[in-house]
Design a protein around this ligand. Structure first.
Ligand code: SAM
Length: 273
């Protein structure tokens, strides 16, 4: 069975939803994460009339970042499965005074209501690792982008995730538990080249980043605290064991002996035609 916390947001209580929102927003502000995002966004040719879709937009981190640019005119469309996250995205955009520049709506990334060739650019930012059928989602991205348009796929290669307290066995058990609760497709970023061939997208650029912290980790402590709590709430992880490991990780951070790392990849693709 595919398990992924991002498929279960509708069944979380308000505290659970808030945790998801907080995690996405934390990540959206994290310096290393912002650098990776800006690096690939800067390689997209965004012409003034560009129509852009942020597919699986969550709280709208990417759409909101793009909406602050005045180099193109059309509102950016953000689509997400979760009503709660679409509501949060809309609220944040209003608070930031960019609500005229974005249109957030609920929708299924594997069955979009948009006509063929509606967009010039489609962005999938940490989405394909969390959906039940990544081929269907990338295929939809390919369908709704115009021939010659761009599809950018950025995600974690979560099979490379490492969280280390120094207790190797417990660490790798907990990483496996987190992955099986939170990431439906931990290997998908290694499969993208073959998926592109299936769905009519040409690979034009590939970027590889490693996000790693040693000693006093912050990004990975937030990841562990967020995902372990969400997984416990959703009863996807035995609580006692998970809390015990989390306390060990927190102590390793305090003693500056912790470690965390994950590879992130971007595929810059173009629709054939
Ligand atoms: C890890 S979050 C990424 C959110 C946002 N792109 C970001 O990076 O902040 C994964 C998102 O995919 C959304 N999602 C999962 N399955 C989906 C589907 N079938 N259609 C649309 N969105 C989906 C979830 O609701 C969640 O917002």
């Amino acid at each position: 069975m595919t398990r992924d916390i991002f498929q279960m947001i509708g069944s979380l209580d308000s505290d659970g939803v808030q945790r998801v929102v907080d995690r996405l927003e934390y990540r959206g502000r994290d310096e290393a994460f912002v650098t990776m995002r800006e690096e690939y966004l800067s390689r997209l040719e965004i012409v003034p009339e560009a129509r852009i879709l942020d597919l699986g937009c969550g709280t709208g981190v990417v759409a909101r970042a793009l909406a602050t640019r005045d180099t193109f005119h059309q509102p950016i469309v953000g689509v997400d499965f979760s009503e709660d996250l679409v509501a949060a995205a809309t609220r944040f955009a209003t608070e930031e005074g960019i609500d005229e520049r974005v249109e957030f709506r609920v929708g299924d990334a594997s069955a979009l209501e948009d006509s063929d060739t509606t967009f010039d650019i489609v962005i999938l930012h940490t989405v394909v690792s969390h959906v039940p059928d990544p081929v269907a989602v990338i295929s939809e991205a390919s369908r709704v982008v115009r021939p010659g348009g761009a599809v950018a796929i950025f995600d974690g290669d979560y099979a490379s995730l490492s969280l280390a307290t120094g207790e190797h066995e417990g660490d790798s058990e907990m990483v496996q538990a987190i992955l099986s609760a939170v990431v439906a497709n931990p290997y998908v970023m290694r499969q993208v080249p073959s998926i592109l061939q299936e769905v009519g997208l040409d690979l034009e650029g590939f970027m590889a980043n490693v996000l790693a912290e040693a000693g006093e980790v912050a990004f990975f402590l937030n990841l562990a605290e967020s995902y372990v709590s969400m997984a416990i709430r959703a009863q996807l992880m035995p609580e006692d064991k998970a809390r015990e490991w989390l306390n060990l990780y927190r102590r390793s951070v305090l003693s500056k002996s912790s470690f965390g790392s994950c590879n992130y990849y971007t595929y810059l693709t173009r629709r054939v035609g």
